[in-house]
Design a protein around this ligand. Structure first.
Ligand SMILES: *Cc1c(COP(=O)(O)O)cnc(C)c1O
Length: 356
């Protein structure tokens, strides 16, 4: 590795965060959500740090097969179910649990040739209007599933559009209760936000994702600062150049940043082609040589610039943390108008990753 930019993954933090989720929902089993290549961390690298989980949830068949090939024998939930009817033979072969959200999937299940019944998560549309059956149709679907010889255990599943806010689950929960009335089935409703903040949604299985990786479902680190979750990914680099600016000098493309006084800046190996957000404004937090400082100027493809005023001892080779334990990914994301989810998922393939 010649270029100094590296993503470090703290697998102990991942194990810790699973424990935090467990303490938050002690009566429930946990689907650890590892979609999108474990939120950009690399499923292959991280899954075994989560093997105390009760099941893994994702949506790519390739990822599910990888887990089976690596030896995971527990439950695997496919959050969007099968996309085409011919995938059902793979569900059968690898013992995958499928979400069912549309009528065509019911028909495909009926027509399938399976060696054993497949477990189903019946998806209710809780008002988000993404996937799922309307609450008033759930009873009929439930009955059809019960009658199908190809269907094993059925669990009612729903997702919240706004579990970050205190009132955000009231209406969806009412719709879910309406859908579940009289069915007496197990339920799985809670994402990270509901796992942390809405115990009344926990039921049989919770489905945390983002908190496992140590970021906040609300996008604000302070909302999770006292929960005990720890950042898993640290994106670290070094200063590879120094510039001494005079008042009036500019930095980077378009000269967006203009120095008002003399200013010493450092050039960091890291840019948007690594997954650092191009929209980060001047003043985005960054950590250099043990000290909090700020970015200056537009983010380039491969480099960015930082103000070295608070760290006069920093020079070529000084350590930089773009996000991690000291600079929360949520803080970088919110400065750039996005969320930690997007930044971690967008870590570029060219960035070397060290997991330990
Ligand atoms: C992504 C996802 C989750 C996890 O969401 P977080 O906000 O990351 O906890 C849970 N359930 C479903 C259906 C999802 O798609």
């Amino acid at each position: 590795m010649s270029r100094p930019l590296v993503a470090h993954l703290d697998l102990g933090a991942l194990r810790n965060n699973l424990e935090v989720a467990r303490r938050a929902a002690p009566q429930s089993r946990i689907w650890s959500v590892v979609k999108a290549n474990a939120y950009g961390h690399g499923l292959e690298r991280v899954w075994s740090a989560l093997k105390q989980t009760d099941g893994f949830a994702m949506l790519n068949l390739e990822e599910a097969i990888l887990l089976r090939e690596r030896g995971w024998k527990g439950p695997i939930l496919m959050l969007e179910g099968f996309f085409h009817h011919d995938e059902l033979s793979i569900y059968d072969q690898y013992r995958l649990t499928t979400a069912v959200h549309s009528n065509w999937q019911l028909k495909a299940l009926d027509d399938a040739k399976l060696s054993a019944p497949v477990d189903v998560y019946l998806k209710v549309n809780s008002g988000m209007n993404r996937l799922g059956f309307t609450p008033d149709s759930v009873g009929t679907v439930w009955k059809k599933l019960q009658e199908s010889p190809h269907v094993g255990q059925v669990t009612l599943m729903a997702h919240f559009a706004d579990a970050e806010s205190p009132e955000g689950i009231i209406e969806p929960l009412a719709r879910i209760h309406q859908a579940a009335a009289g069915l007496g089935c197990p339920r799985s409703l809670a994402n990270s936000a509901a796992t942390l903040w809405h115990p009344e949604t926990h039921y049989n299985w919770v489905r945390p994702g983002i908190i496992l990786y140590g970021a906040s479902p609300s996008g604000q680190w302070q909302d999770v600062a006292t929960t005990g979750i720890q950042p898993v990914m640290s994106l670290e680099s070094e200063i590879i150049g120094i510039q001494q600016l005079q008042a009036g000098d500019r930095v980077g493309y378009g000269g967006r940043f203009k120095a008002t006084d003399a200013l010493r800046i450092g050039i960091v190996a890291g840019g948007y082609a690594d997954g650092y957000p191009r929209h980060a404004p001047d003043g985005t937090p960054v950590w250099v040589d043990g000290i909090h400082t700020r970015t200056v100027g537009k983010i380039s493809m491969d480099m960015l610039a930082v103000d070295l005023t608070p760290c006069p001892h920093a020079g070529i080779g000084s350590r930089v943390e773009l996000w991690g334990k000291n600079i929360k990914i949520d803080d970088v994301a919110s400065a750039a108008g996005t969320v930690g989810y997007e930044l971690m998922c967008a870590l570029a393939p060219r960035v070397p990753v060290i997991a330990g």
